[in-house]
Design a protein around this ligand. Sequence first.
Ligand code: NAD
Length: 386
Amino acid sequence: MDIIGILGAGAMGSGIAQVVASAGHNVLVCDNHSIALSKAGKLILASLKIQVDKGKMTEADARTLYGRIKFTDHMSELGNCGMVIEAIVEEIEAKQIAFKSLEAIVNRDTILASNTSSLSISAIGAQLKHPERILGVHFFNPAPQMRLVEIIPGLQTDQSVIDRGKKLIDSWGKTTVLAKDTPGFIVNRVARPFYGEALRIFDEGIADEATIDWAMRDVCGFRMGPFELMDFIGNDINYAVTEVVFSNFFFDPRYKPSFTQKRLVEAHFFGRKSGRGFYDYREGAIMPEPVKDQALGREIATRILAMLINEASEALYLRIASREDIDLSMTQGVNYPKGLLAWADDLGIQTIVEKLDSLYVEYLEDRYRCSPLLRKMARSGKRFFD
Ligand SMILES: NC(=O)c1ccc[n+]([C@@H]2O[C@H](COP(=O)([O-])OP(=O)(O)OC[C@H]3O[C@@H](n4cnc5c(N)ncnc54)[C@H](O)[C@@H]3O)[C@@H](O)[C@H]2O)c1
């Protein structure tokens, strides 16, 4: 069985190391900060202890698994790895430099994989002598719990590298989907309206955060509402992703960030981790009560859902991924109660088109333009799945 190398021992690197070791591989985790390495070791041990305490794993198995993971601050030790997964800082130059150094060390057929969540795989691979070995493998946080991995070939990637990489990650018990090398890949693109449209409804004063969260949870069936989720992710992180997606899409108004969230970040109201965000988490603070008006709840839920379905349809129309992979990504990557394209079939595609068109007529903003695919399907009475 191949030795797998992990470059970068942060939140993602340590989680991926645990996934790979639990599949039986020996893992070599490399970081240029020795403190990060000891922190990663502690993180993995803590995560394994939870599994043992829950009775999901014996103590002996946890010890064996942990024994497969070695830590090093010398990149040169990654020479014998069959695949190296990079999970260092999200900066293109840092990643390009790291991959150039890696290429000089590893074997000719080693797969060089990046866990980037927003950078172009083709750009990361461009500096390599053999760019056909670059592959995007986007795990979700926390990697041991989240099933989904997006596989993103760069323009230069060889088909055999895609096949080998996918087969390997499938064998780790993950669900892999194939995505085109475009901003946000599948999940981080298709999920934008969950936050963006909720913020727009809030900004327009249609409803407050508690009511919008209630509508998305209780009327629509999502596990968390958009505002509690933004507070959970961290408004700083969520806002930064929105800004990157917006500029990477050449400022398409569909992805426009919100001043409301920007101000929260500027005030350091990051969410749960800072004690304040959209909600107040400080001791003694009282959570606002939603207005449980069913008609208002349905209005909010339909508007956000129509925008999400529009985004999923556009991703299919522009061949970012297959319809099956788009729906799998949203149910397994971000725990949506249903795939968005299957949801469109259930609600009726004509109904979604009418909702989007009514928003467009009201606002005359490009943000509300209906995906041509949805319109065509409504016209011909087709469904995404038969
Ligand atoms: N955190 C998430 O939710 C998440 C989810 C999916 C993907 N990602 C992506 O995964 C990558 C890592 O994210 P993270 O949250 O684990 O970051 P992190 O800051 O927790 O960890 C990054 C680690 O990389 C190390 N590092 C930096 N430069 C290095 C180098 N040149 N060589 C070796 N080690 C180096 C740092 O010391 C640090 O320990 C990023 O590309 C990020 O976009 C993050």
